[in-house]
Design a protein around this ligand. Structure first.
Ligand code: AMP
Ligand code: MG
Length: 402
């Protein structure tokens, strides 16, 4: 049985190249830039005033000096006159600084009589209240590099520098199929032996959270013909994630059906708990490749396998590697008895107190206990082997991105 690291290496070795495409400015939110974006303008485009007031020659300003007002410029206008000694031009915030001026006195620091203005300042330093052309950014300069994650702030910057179509990495198409005769849809009340399909919505929203274009293909009965039809549809996606049907039960038909449909198995079973039955394979066609994950049906196994193995694939393709599970360490708040021969990724709660990070393994009651999972924001890692991890011991944790 291969290790988690080997499994991840096998998966990552089969990733397709990142593809990019254009989207609109508004649609680019949360996406990642596939190219450097240079500016087509200087900003500001001209020397401008930062305040409402009077453009002056700094050297003219001495206590109580009175200057002749030559003109008025408002934002959007171009000054037509130049300052000469002992003159001023009234100017509004954002308007271009007239030739000859090198400072702006705030209107609050002046008093006006007709065409004359008295400056109520001892002196003014050159450049006061002036922003010179291209101080913020200059034409041709790369403003946002490839790899930038786009937030509303970047949307504003891209609008300023003239991008209405944004080159971003494409979102992989992710199809989700939940297999199992026991499953019914969320809108149905389960009858004898039935449970609601919670993995479908869990996995598709996990996919969306990591940036994939997720679509749920619904429930597949444990029947070879039905599974074949549904999986054939799922293979049109870039990534197909199945839950259930990959263990050793008589109705665990998924690997055989995948094989029939030309999906080449890369590995089946990984040395971890929960999640051992994980199946991974690739269907390679002339111009389309699908990575196929068969996750064990137990919801916690599905979650752990998605976080460890599917999320890194999506993150890599959309260009946000930083959002993978982050490894860190934290102090155990209670004893934990590790049993068994497989490395364990146990749902846990990470907290912080006075700069110290603490981790509490959740009182998880077994495979069907999703409710306890609602407290989880991390996976606590315990290596294989029977061992007591005492309260106070520092262990490795994987943070689940929110
Ligand atoms: P399997 O991996 O198919 O043997 O499924 C293991 C167990 O996981 C089943 O007995 C169910 O209790 C549970 N399970 C399987 N699929 C789902 C699902 N889609 N939603 C919730 N629980 C599931
Ligand atoms: Mg099943």
């Amino acid at each position: 049985m291969i290790s988690v690291d080997q499994a991840l290496a096998e998966i990552m070795a089969r990733l397709p190249k990142r593809r990019s495409s254009l989207c609109s400015l508004e649609e680019s939110i949360t996406r990642v830039l596939a190219e450097d974006l240079p500016s087509d303008i200087d900003s500001p485009p001209y020397d401008k005033s930062l305040v409402d007031g009077y453009a002056v020659i700094a050297a003219d300003i001495t206590s109580g000096v009175t200057l002749e007002i030559l003109d008025e410029v408002i934002a959007g206008q171009t000054p037509t006159k130049s300052l000469t000694r002992n003159t001023a031009i009234q100017i509004m915030t954002g308007a271009p600084l007239p030739d000859g001026a090198n400072a702006v006195v705030m209107v609050e620091q002046t008093s006006r009589q007709g065409q004359q203005v008295t400056i109520n300042l001892e002196q003014i330093l050159p450049e006061t209240n002036v922003m010179r052309r291209a101080t913020s950014l200059s034409r041709g300069e790369t403003i946002l590099p490839a790899g930038t994650r786009i937030r509303p702030i970047e949307v504003g910057i891209m609008a300023e520098i003239g991008y209405s179509q944004i080159p971003v990495y494409q979102q992989p198409k992710l199809a989700i199929i939940s297999t199992g005769d026991e499953l019914v849809d969320v809108s149905t009340t389960p009858q004898n032996g039935q449970i609601r399909n919670s993995n479908g919505p869990l996995l598709s929203t996990l996919g969306t959270t990591y940036g994939a274009l997720a679509s749920s293909l619904g429930i597949g009965r444990d029947d070879p013909d039905e599974l074949t039809k549904l999986i054939a549809r799922g293979l049109q996606a870039d990534i197909l994630v199945l839950s259930g049907g990959v263990s050793a039960g008589v109705k665990d038909l998924v690997p055989a059906v995948l094989n029939e449909l030309g999906v080449q198995q890369v590995f089946h079973k990984v040395n971890l708990k929960p999640g051992k039955p994980l199946w991974f394979g690739v269907r390679q066609q002339e111009n389309h490749q699908t990575l196929v994950f068969g996750l064990p049906g137990n919801p916690v196994s599905s979650l752990v396998c998605f976080l460890l193995f599917v999320a890194p694939v999506i993150s890599q393709l959309v260009g946000v590697e930083s959002e993978n599970l982050r490894t860190s360490s934290a102090v155990l708040t209670a004893d934990y008895q590790q049993r068994g021969d497989r490395p364990t990724y146990f749902p846990a709660r990470l907290t912080q107190d006075n700069g110290t990070r603490y981790v509490t393994a959740l009182a998880w009651k077994g495979s069907a206990d999703q409710r306890t999972l609602s407290e989880a924001n991390a996976l606590a890692f315990f290596p294989a082997g029977n061992q007591l991890y005492p309260k106070g011991q520092t262990i490795t944790v994987f943070e689940i991105p929110s």
